[in-house]
Design a binder for this molecule. Structure first.
Ligand code: 5AD
Ligand code: SF4
Length: 445
């Protein structure tokens, strides 16, 4: 029996999919990339922006034929299933879907699948709770070199554009011992790079500490900073990354830990969202333009070789042309290594959706194009700085576009493509950068 899985959205969702794959393989299923060959098709959905919905409904249309021909099982899970208007639409317009499961019931997937198979009935397993943590799920990781480890889940920030707090529940952190033991095991298996994941990754254990919720310290870990320090000591692990943080949680001990832990990559993601103080306030981001720029300055002073990436939304309700200029101004000043740009998308149930002064699509696109042009010119300029330098690169595998070449990443997460022997895969090596090509660099051993 074979399964096919399609994942939308962020790295947390990808990590959840690795767990779904682990559970399915434990049940005896084998993975296939070819949907036509599958006995079960699983969608792990995202609902952060609208285009993910269009993608799901498009795919469901395609799958209807397979269902009719082969009687495959179709299961849909993830964030979008926590939205009632979406599950209602699926039940009404796509009644052939067998299983709907939410973000809080992922661990019950084998049980739900078994029930759907044995009882031949539709299963809906979605609950709306603050969230719990389930340890010990089997996992089948995509890579043998880099591993993602979810350390906390949920979000308490309620940025006014964002659906995440409604579909992922409140912040809760995994126990230090569970995380450290998982990473030790990964190191034993030969993993080189660990990415710590959380919707608010650097507020790890913050709620527990603030509310006096008891947790067991393990090897001195009682905060995000101490967690970084403990992982930094694990033999075998060479690199530590983390996403996605909130600027408000870059408190002094976190900055100090990034600066002093040699394995923690010096590329830090610092989501800006908007550069104008009034817009930031409406977004409920809890910092002003000046405070953001001060934080950048402080981090640059304390962390040698710091590079920054960011997320930006254009066209939040009420954003004027002039206010948008503040976003461009921050981008010009900070010179990010990478900018993830998004057009504001209305999300049902968020305060942003109820705001009256929505920006016309055409205007949002104009602003997006303007920002994109600025970002691309900066990336080109920034890439030039790499040419002629020596960069430490973790070799990840064959290049997707040319199997003769290898590919890896710098500390700053830049892709470097180079000629080399396949036995370098999984190793850290020094490469001389010889040229730049917008989205990747070319290197030589
Ligand atoms: N519209 C557009 N972008 C959004 N993001 C979150 N919600 C929305 C929305 N409603 C972006 C933010 C966030 C990233 C993961 O997605 O920039 O940091
Ligand atoms: Fe969404 Fe804001 Fe929470 Fe990030 S911090 S998940 S943008 S509400």
């Amino acid at each position: 029996m074979k399964y096919n899985i399609l994942t939308m959205g962020c790295q947390l969702n990808e990590n959840d999919s690795e767990k779904l794959c682990g559970m399915l393989e434990k049940m005896g299923y084998e993975k296939t990339e070819n949907q036509k060959e599958a006995d079960i098709v699983v969608f792990n959905t995202c609902c952060v922006r609208e285009n993910a919905e269009d993608k799901l409904f498009g795919k469901l249309g395609e799958l209807k034929k397979l269902k009719e021909e082969k009687g495959i099982i179709i299961a849909i899970g993830g964030c979008m299933m926590q939205e009632k208007h979406i599950t209602d639409k699926i039940k009404e317009s796509y009644p052939f879907v067998d299983i709907l499961f939410g973000t809080h019931t992922l661990h019950k997937f084998p049980e739900d699948l078994q029930k759907a198979l044995e009882e031949k009935k539709k299963i809906e397993d979605i609950i709306d709770i603050d969230g719990e943590i389930h340890e010990g799920l089997p996992i089948k990781r995509d890579s043998k070199i880099k591993a993602s480890v979810t350390i906390m889940n949920g979000c308490n920030n309620f940025c006014s554009y964002c659906i995440v707090p409604y579909v992922r529940g409140r912040e809760r952190s995994r126990k230090p011992k569970d995380i450290i033991q998982e990473i030790r095991e990964l190191a034993k298996q030969g993993y080189q790079e660990i990415t710590l994941l959380g919707q608010n990754v650097n507020s790890y254990l913050r709620v527990e500490r603030e509310k006096g919720i008891e947790f067991e310290e393990y090897e001195g870990v009682n905060s995000f900073a101490t967690l970084l320090k403990a992982i930094n000591k694990i033999d075998g692990i060479q690199r530590i990354r983390f996403v996605s943080p909130h600027p408000k949680d870059f408190i002094d001990d976190v900055i100090e830990a990034i600066a002093t832990c040699e394995k923690v990559c010096k590329l830090v993601h610092l989501p800006l969202q908007a550069g104008n103080t009034r817009v930031l306030k409406e977004m409920n981001r809890k910092y002003s333009k000046e405070q953001y720029l001060d934080l950048v300055e402080k981090m640059r002073n304390k962390i040698p070789n710091l590079t920054l990436s960011t997320d930006i939304i254009v066209g939040f309700p009420g954003e004027t042309d002039e206010e948008f200029e503040d976003t461009l101004d921050v981008v010009k000043r900070v010179k990010f290594e990478q900018v993830y740009m998004f057009i504001y998308s209305r999300r049902v149930g968020t305060p942003g959706d109820k705001m009256e002064n929505q920006i016309p699509e055409e205007e949002k696109h104009k602003r997006f194009d303007k920002l994109k042009a600025l970002v691309e010119s900066q990336i080109e300029e920034n890439n030039q700085k790499y040419v002629g330098t020596l960069q430490r690169v973790l070799v990840e595998g064959e290049s997707k576009n040319n199997k003769e070449l290898l590919t890896g990443r710098t500390d700053s997460n830049k892709v470097v493509v180079f000629e080399g022997d396949k036995n370098l895969i999984g190793k850290m090596i020094d490469l001389k950068i010889v040229s730049e090509h917008m989205w990747y660099l070319k290197g030589e051993i």
